[in-house]
Ligand binder design. Structure first.
Ligand code: NAG
Ligand code: NAG
Ligand code: NAG
Ligand code: NAG
Ligand code: NAG
Ligand code: NAG
Ligand code: NAG
Ligand code: NAG
Ligand code: NAG
Ligand code: NAG
Ligand code: NAG
Ligand code: NAG
Length: 520
C-alpha cells in the first residue's frame, strides 16, 4: 500500500518531524462555542409536503433521519421551508389540496414555477414532534396577489407553528436576484437596497400586526425574529452591507444574518478541494466581519454543493459527502453560526429522497452520511461548550479539525479528498495517507491521552453513491427505514495506541474521513 507522510505547518521544538501538533486547549483562532443545531436543513418550499407528509400520512422516514442527527448534536436540526419556490407560491383560501404546482421546463426542470397553496399546506408542520421551523414567506409577488398571500398565510403559519414549533421568520428568498433572475426578473432595474429595505420593513410590519392579532404569545415571548436578508451570495445586484446600512434592522427584529451559497462545479476541481472551500467561504467571512459590530450570528440559511440542485454522478456521490464534511467543519471553525443544507424532491445533492418518484428512489443518499459525521464530531452542543479549530494542513486534498469540549481537546477529524474512483481505480490497491499527531501532554490533573478510538466515514470510492457507512453503521432505508444498523462486514471499534512520546498515527484511505476520539 502506498503511503506518504504529511508535513504540517509549525512544529513544536523537540518534536519528531512531520507530526501535526495538537493544542490541549482551543488556539486563538478557534471558533466561539458552536450554536445549537449547527447541522440544520433548508427544504424547498414546493417539496415540503413530500418531506414531511401530512397529519393523515406523516413522513416517518424523514423524521427518523432528522432525529438521528438531533441525537448526535443534542438538538434537532432547524428546518427552514423555502427557496425559489417560496417566492412563486400564492395562496388560495378555498383550495383543498395542500399545493398545486405546474412546471415550466424553460424555467426549471426541478420544481414547479407556478404554485398555489391552500390552508392544508400548513398541516405538514404537524408531522414531526419536537422539530422547529421557519416558514419562508413570499416577498417577490407584489401588488394585490402578493399582499393577499401575505395576509392569508401569516395567521395560518403562526397557528401551525404554535406549541414550540416556531424557530424564526423569513420573508423573501434571495431578493438580491429579483432584478436579474434567469427565471424572470420580478423587480425593475432601479430597485436598489433602499427600495428593498422599505418594502421589507413595510411587509414585516404588516406581518407583525397579523401575528399580534392571531398569535399574540409569539410577540409577547419575543419570538417575532427573522433570518434576513437571505441573499443569494456576494456579488449580486444588492449588497448586504449597503442593505444593512439602509436600515434593514430598524425594528430590531433580526436574529441571524442569513446568506446563501451554492459553490461547486466539479468533483476534484472544486468539491473535493479544500483550497476551493476556503476561497468560497472567505467571501462570507468578509461580509460577516464587516457586520461584526451588529453582534448577530452570521449563518448560511441555504446551501449545498452545486447550483441548480446538483448534477447526477457528482452531487450524489461520496466525493460530495466528503466535501460536505470539509465545508461544514471549515464553516464551524471560522465562525459561520449554522449551516442549513438545502434539500428538495429529486434533487441530486439531497441527503435523502423522502418519497418514491419516477426520477429517484426513496432512500438515504450519500450526503446524509456527511451530515452524520459532522453532527458526531460536534457532539452534544446543548450540554457542552464545543469549539472547533481548523488544523490547516496546507493541502488542497486534505484537512483536519480539532473539537474542544469545555476547553479540552476531545476529537480530531481528518478528511482525505484525493479522488479514488472505483471505476478507474479498481485495477490497483487503494492508496492511503498516514497522519501522525503529537498529542498534548497531560493537562487534566496530569492525565494524558490513554488511547484513541477511530470512527471512519467509508465507501468504495469517491464515485460511490451507495454502500456508505459511518462508524460501521448504515442508515439506509431498506435496512431499518433510516434507523442506524451496524453492518457486520465493516470494521469498527478500532483503537490506536498512543506512543510513549505522545505520538498517534492513523492511516486514512484516499476518499475517506475519520474522527479520532481521545480517551483521557
Ligand atoms: C395527505 O397525504 C396523503 C398521502 O400523500 C394525500 O393523499 C392527501 O391528499 C394529503 N392531504 C392533503 C389535505 O393534502
Ligand atoms: C419554452 O421555450 C420554447 C422555445 O423558446 C417556447 O417555444 C415555448 O413556448 C416555451 N414554453 C413555455 C411553457 O413557456
Ligand atoms: C419531545 O421532547 C421532549 C422533551 O425533550 C421529550 O420528552 C419527548 O419525548 C419528545 N417527543 C418526541 C416524540 O420525540
Ligand atoms: C412588480 O412585479 C412585476 C412582475 O412580477 C415587475 O415587473 C414589476 O417591476 C414589479 N414592480 C415593482 C414596483 O416592484
Ligand atoms: C436608491 O435609489 C434612490 C433613488 O435614486 C437613491 O436616493 C438612494 O440613495 C439609492 N440607495 C442606495 C443604497 O444606493
Ligand atoms: C405599507 O405600504 C402600503 C403602500 O405603500 C401602505 O399603505 C401601508 O400603510 C404600509 N404599511 C405599513 C405597516 O407600513
Ligand atoms: C482546487 O481549487 C483551487 C482554487 O479554486 C484551484 O486553483 C485548483 O486548481 C483546484 N485543484 C484541482 C486539483 O482542481
Ligand atoms: C475580503 O475583503 C478584503 C478587504 O476588503 C478584500 O481585499 C478581499 O478580496 C476579500 N476577499 C474575498 C474572497 O471576497
Ligand atoms: C423526471 O422524469 C420525467 C419522466 O421521465 C422526465 O420528463 C423529467 O425530465 C425528469 N426530471 C428530471 C429533473 O430529471
Ligand atoms: C488558525 O491558526 C492556524 C495556526 O496558526 C493556521 O494554520 C490556520 O490557517 C488558522 N485558521 C484559520 C481559519 O484562520
Ligand atoms: C469515474 O471514472 C469514470 C471512468 O473514467 C468516469 O466516467 C466518471 O466520471 C468518474 N467519476 C467520478 C465521480 O469522478
Ligand atoms: C455489507 O453488508 C451490507 C448489508 O448487509 C450489504 O448491503 C453490503 O453489500 C455488504 N458489503 C460488502 C462489501 O460485502
Amino acid at each position: 500500500m502506498f503511503t506518504s507522510g504529511i508535513v504540517a505547518g509549525l512544529l513544536f521544538a523537540g518534536l519528531a518531524q512531520c507530526a501535526i501538533p495538537l493544542c490541549p486547549a482551543p488556539p486563538q483562532n478557534a471558533s466561539k462555542p458552536i450554536l445549537d443545531s449547527f447541522v440544520s436543513f433548508s427544504i424547498e418550499f414546493s417539496s415540503f409536503p413530500d418531506f414531511a407528509g401530512n397529519s393523515s400520512n406523516p413522513n416517518a422516514f424523514s423524521y427518523t433521519l432528522l432525529k438521528n442527527l438531533g441525537g448526535l448534536q443534542g438538538s434537532n436540526p432547524i428546518i427552514r421551508v423555502g427557496g425559489n419556490t417560496q417566492d412563486y407560491a400564492t395562496f388560495d383560501a378555498s383550495q383543498t389540496e395542500a399545493l398545486i404546482g405546474s412546471f415550466n421546463f424553460n424555467r426549471s426542470k426541478d420544481y414547479p414555477t407556478t404554485i398555489s397553496i391552500g390552508p392544508s399546506y400548513f398541516d405538514s408542520y404537524s408531522t414531526w414532534p419536537n422539530m422547529t421551523f421557519l416558514h419562508g414567506f413570499n416577498l417577490a409577488k407584489n401588488g394585490t396577489v402578493g399582499y393577499d398571500t401575505l395576509i392569508g398565510t401569516v395567521p395560518l403559519a403562526c397557528k401551525a407553528l404554535g406549541n414550540g414549533k416556531l424557530a424564526y421568520w423569513q420573508l423573501g428568498n434571495e431578493p438580491d436576484l429579483y432584478k436579474t433572475s434567469s427565471q424572470g426578473p420580478v423587480r425593475p432595474s432601479w430597485w436598489n437596497e433602499t427600495d428593498y429595505v422599505q418594502e421589507w420593513l413595510n411587509k414585516t410590519r404588516i406581518m407583525k400586526q397579523l401575528v399580534q392579532e392571531n398569535c399574540p404569545e409569539v410577540v409577547a415571548q419575543g419570538k417575532f425574529k427573522f433570518y434576513a436578508p437571505s441573499f443569494g451570495g456576494a456579488g449580486n445586484s444588492l449588497n448586504l452591507i449597503r442593505t444593512w446600512n439602509a436600515g434593514l434592522d430598524a425594528d430590531n427584529d433580526i436574529a441571524f444574518i442569513d446568506s446563501h451559497k451554492q459553490p461547486g462545479v466539479t468533483l476534484q476541481g472544486t468539491l473535493m478541494n479544500h483550497t476551493s472551500t476556503v476561497l468560497s467561504v472567505a467571501k462570507h467571512l468578509n461580509e460577516s466581519n464587516l457586520l461584526a459590530n451588529t453582534g448577530l450570528p452570521y449563518i448560511l440559511g441555504e446551501t449545498n454543493s452545486l447550483y441548480n440542485e446538483g448534477a447526477p454522478g457528482l452531487s450524489n456521490s461520496f466525493g460530495a459527502t466528503l466535501w460536505g464534511v470539509d465545508f461544514n467543519l471549515y464553516c464551524a471553525a471560522t465562525g459561520i453560526g449554522r449551516v442549513h443544507m438545502h434539500q428538495g424532491t429529486n434533487y441530486r445533492y439531497a441527503s435523502w429522497q423522502p418519497v418514491q418518484t419516477v426520477n429517484e428512489t426513496l432512500g438515504t443518499k450519500a450526503p446524509y452520511y456527511g451530515n452524520i459525521m459532522v453532527a458526531a464530531f460536534l457532539g452534544d452542543l446543548t450540554a457542552n461548550n464545543v469549539s472547533i479549530s481548523d488544523i490547516e494542513l496546507g493541502s488542497t486534498y486534505q484537512n483536519a479539525y480539532a473539537a474542544y469540549v469545555n476547553g479540552r481537546l476531545e476529537r480530531v477529524a481528518i478528511i482525505q479528498m484525493r479522488a479514488y474512483n472505483t471505476t478507474t481505480g479498481a485495477s490497483g490497491p487503494r492508496p492511503s495517507e498516514t497522519f501522525t499527531f503529537q498529542l498534548p501532554p497531560g493537562t487534566n490533573k496530569g492525565a494524558s491521552v490513554k488511547s484513541v478510538g477511530v470512527q471512519r466515514l467509508l465507501a468504495n470510492g469517491s464515485d460511490a453513491i451507495t454502500g456508505i457507512t459511518f462508524d460501521g453503521y448504515s442508515y439506509n432505508y431498506e435496512l431499518d427505514e433510516g434507523r442506524p444498523v451496524v453492518l457486520n462486514n465493516v470494521t469498527r471499534n478500532e483503537v490506536v495506541q498512543v506512543a510513549q512520546n505522545g505520538m498517534v498515527t492513523v492511516d486514512v484511505p484516499w476518499s475517506s474521513a475519520v474522527i479520532l476520539n481521545l480517551h483521557w
